[in-house]
Design a protein around this ligand. Sequence first.
Ligand SMILES: Nc1ncnc2c1ncn2[C@@H]1O[C@H](COP(=O)(O)OP(=O)(O)OP(=O)(O)O)[C@@H](O)[C@H]1O
Ligand SMILES: [Mg+2]
Length: 471
Amino acid sequence: MSEKTPPDTGLNGAGEGAEGSGSGVDMPWDSGVPVRQADAGTRLPDLQDVSVLQEMKVRVHRQLLERLNLSNIDALDKAQVVEEIRKVVHDLLAREATPLNYDEREDLVTQILDEIFGLGPIEPLLQDPTISDILVNTYNRVFIERNGRLERTDVRFKDDRHLLQIIDRIVSAVGRRIDDSSPMVDARLADGSRVNAIIQPLALDGPHLSIRKFKKDVLSAPDLLRTESLTPAMLELCQGIVKARLNVLISGGTGAGKTTLLNMLSESIPAVERIVTIEDSAELQLRQPHVVRLETRTANVEGAGAVSQRHLLINALRMRPDRIIMGEVRGAEAVDMLQAMNTGHDGSLTTLHANNARDALARLETMISMAGLNLPEKGMRQQIASAINVLIQVERLSDGQRKIVSISEITGMEGEIITMQDVFVYERQGVDEAGNVVGRFRATGIRPRFTDRMMAYGVELPLSLFSNIEA
Ligand SMILES: Nc1ncnc2c1ncn2[C@@H]1O[C@H](COP(=O)(O)OP(=O)(O)OP(=O)(O)O)[C@@H](O)[C@H]1O
Ligand SMILES: [Mg+2]
């Protein structure tokens, strides 16, 4: 295969492909490997010799470019273009020596369309609802997360250049660029999926692309009970906590389920309340009728126009919110969030990245220091202890299960130390033969002090809920 520069997106100019002849044409997706084996849906025919199919794809792709001018494709009606391409590809395939059945031809049409309109070889992964994350570690190593577990797929790009073209397509669609001077970009796909791309020289081995797919059907309370992420008693407590307008901090590692839990907790917010959400990348899907959704903005190519969570929070406070939900605190905005919680905006919810509850409090302190207020350590801790009532820790276990591993009440300060007490904990007991974690949820027997406040809000929980005789 010659190393001719491939066309920009694989298909954006009628002239490019026409220049090539015979098998020397360099199509971006001509990887020499079936590109969709990991996909549960369509697959290449087993009967066919893969290399014959690959060659056929290249040939047909090239002929398609000769026939159709796709350079102004964005201006055309997509449905019409798809129909046109489908017709031409079927027509071209009919002239091929190796006959393909209808399904095989359709499969090829899909792959070509994925190159033109989608994200090439990973498009089927994007369409597969059982996949939650797509992680591309250079062109030939594509991993997915499915049911909480990482798997390697057979999907691959032709080479790093092909991968870079797809990354470029993603980031340019949101008005950003990726190159030597800006080798690290966050973006979002049209469907809301979160994307991060990082290339050389920062990524040593080549371009990397990480996609957290947007889940249209977020997991709600019954789903989390089904996945045994918590018990009915813990759910009842969580719902009471939100109804009683306690301030909640959810903490957990990457992909542990923080946003999912935040979304689930929000379900308990009464429909009459005005909710303002602040996120770096809008993921929350609240069902209440009165929701104001705010999203930060990164600087443009000239480095101007950035709007941070901090700015948005200050603005949100002027919008008469009943509740403020911040998707995740990462830096100085933690100060404003705590201040808001301390000054009457109770019932606020947020998350942060930490591996255990104690660590979460330490991270908050670090974030407060980042705001440059020069508060003494004790002052910072007082702020934290008085602002946050409940700390919920979530964890992604080694087998992919997501669990609420503790629900703790922040009770105040003792000397210099923030005091808290666990109300529910998850106890890991071992691992079975299949590698699944075995454990159990347990009430610690402590009845949290905030139950008084709950009662004031009409939330009455049976005492037995906190009994450690039966979790
Ligand atoms: N309790 C759960 N049971 C099963 N799957 C879950 C659960 N919670 C989250 N998930 C799945 O795990 C993935 C990550 O969830 P989520 O986005 O909530 O995590 P996160 O901690 O917010 O991640 P990040 O650190 O990237 O922000 C999603 O695909 C989600 O559907
Ligand atoms: Mg999250």
